[in-house]
Design a protein around this ligand. Structure first.
Ligand code: ADP
Length: 400
């Protein structure tokens, strides 16, 4: 078992705790798991160690209890996390605001800064902090590093990052585009350049991260120049349960006329919109099944999803001026061949041609799905945010 030197990567959500024990040099995953419905009576843990998976229903009143149980599951397999020689605990933190744009060793001061930024990401940062505190209590001697989802987009050009609203209000309240999924966009774009055998700094690409959350980015020579998510992860593409772009006037209307509170509108746009809002299913595979059964609302939801993707694709193509590669990643991007084909259909005049056979071949590796005559390379690049976080955390610890 390659536990010594591994990094425990933690991703704490409001009612979940995702974890992976991974070696940053080899990429070997010893264990991974997910605690769900924390704080609810139906809470459970799925834990997989060396390929053996166990699921247990267990009362997990809070994240501390969840992390304690995870540590106990490791201990049952002979791994004492406190003394196993972990190099670091790497925490995914959603919002770094303007403060954090590098992976950062966690101190009390860093924790209070993350808390301060929480007003920008009330659904995410508080949960991330709870995870950080739970791990710090149980593993006080292991260095902890925060890796921020916004970091990669820190240097977005002002013209892309600025909302066209009152300048005073924007600057007083730090209202601007931050961008998210940065760890994935950076990892995938670097992998793509490596696959193409070209220096990262010379490749212009559009990365489409399509998971439950979804975002697009335009990356010029390794430097992001635009991205679809905004001050929060609600903006941009259609997602599993999030609306993506919407006229802000709709929000006022929902408040004034429909009489929904801010919290109700927040829940509507974050949890009951997107694919789920349009057809009742937020999971892409379920949407596909509904379409196969002839469900018209699922077909419309799919069409809206593709329409929005093409909208961003077109915008980023022009912003970049010249394009070398389009990369599909995350659950939908890596697996839904039909969606990839529909998104890029009819773009031959732009030098974008998908090869139907390559597109439908299944693999866990980086692969080219464009036709030989396609000027733009179209790639499927499996993302690995955990490994990217583990590597960044290990590097910070090595340098500290
Ligand atoms: P998260 O954003 O939670 O990390 P993932 O990247 O795992 O999400 O993506 C989850 C999405 O990927 C779901 O909508 C799921 O239906 C979709 N997905 C997973 N496997 C497939 C598949 N074989 N075909 C189509 N969609 C898939």
């Amino acid at each position: 078992m390659s536990v010594p030197g591994s990094v425990l990567v933690l991703n704490a959500g409001s009612s979940s705790l995702k974890y992976q024990l991974v070696h940053p040099d080899t990429g070997v995953v010893t264990a991974e798991g997910l605690c769900e419905r924390i704080g609810d009576t139906g809470s459970s843990i799925t834990h997989e160690l060396n390929g053996v998976e166990v699921t247990e229903r267990i009362l997990l009143p809070d994240h501390r209890a969840a992390f304690e149980r995870v540590a106990a599951l490791f201990a049952e397999d002979g791994i004492d996390l406190a003394t196993a020689g972990l190099r670091a605990v790497g925490h995914r933190v959603v919002h770094g605001g303007r403060t954090f744009f590098l992976p950062t060793l966690i101190t009390e001061h860093v924790m209070s800064e993350i808390e301060r930024i929480s007003s920008l990401a009330p659904l995410h940062n508080p949960a991330n902090l709870v995870g950080i505190r739970a791990a710090a209590e149980l593993l006080p001697d292991v260095s902890a590093v925060a890796v921020f989802d916004t970091a990669f987009f820190h240097g977005l050009p002002d013209a892309a990052a600025t909302y066209a609203i009152d300048r005073g209000v924007a600057s007083l309240h730090a209202i601007r585009r931050y961008g998210f999924h940065g760890t994935s966009h950076e990892y995938v774009s670097a992998k793509a350049a490596e696959f193409l055998g070209r220096p990262y700094g010379e490749v212009n690409q559009i990365v489409l991260h399509l998971g439950n959350g979804a975002s697009a980015s335009a990356i010029r020579g390794g430097v992001p120049i635009d991205t679809s998510m905004g001050m929060t992860p609600l903006q941009g593409l259609v997602m599993g349960t999030r609306s993506g772009d919407i006229d802000p006037g709709v929000v006022m209307h929902l408040h004034r006329v429909v009489k929904l509170s801010a919290d109700q509108i927040d829940a509507l746009l974050n949890k009951q919109s997107g694919l789920k809002g349009m057809c009742g299913e937020g999971d892409f595979r379920s949407v596909t099944e509904l379409i196969e059964q002839g469900d018209a609302s699922a077909k419309l939801a799919y069409d809206v999803y593709v329409h929005r993707l093409r909208h961003y694709l077109g915008a980023y193509l022009l912003e970049l001026g010249s394009l070398d590669a389009i990369c599909f990643t995350a659950g939908v991007g890596e697996n839904a061949a039909g969606l990839r084909a529909d998104t890029l259909a009819g773009l031959e005049n732009f030098g974008i041609i998908v090869d139907p056979e390559r597109n439908t071949m299944r693999s866990k590796e980086v692969r080219r799905i464009s036709a030989d005559g396609s000027r733009v390379e179209v790639l499927v690049v499996p993302t690995n945010e955990e490994l990217a976080i583990a590597r960044q955390a290990a590097q910070v610890v090595a340098e500290s």
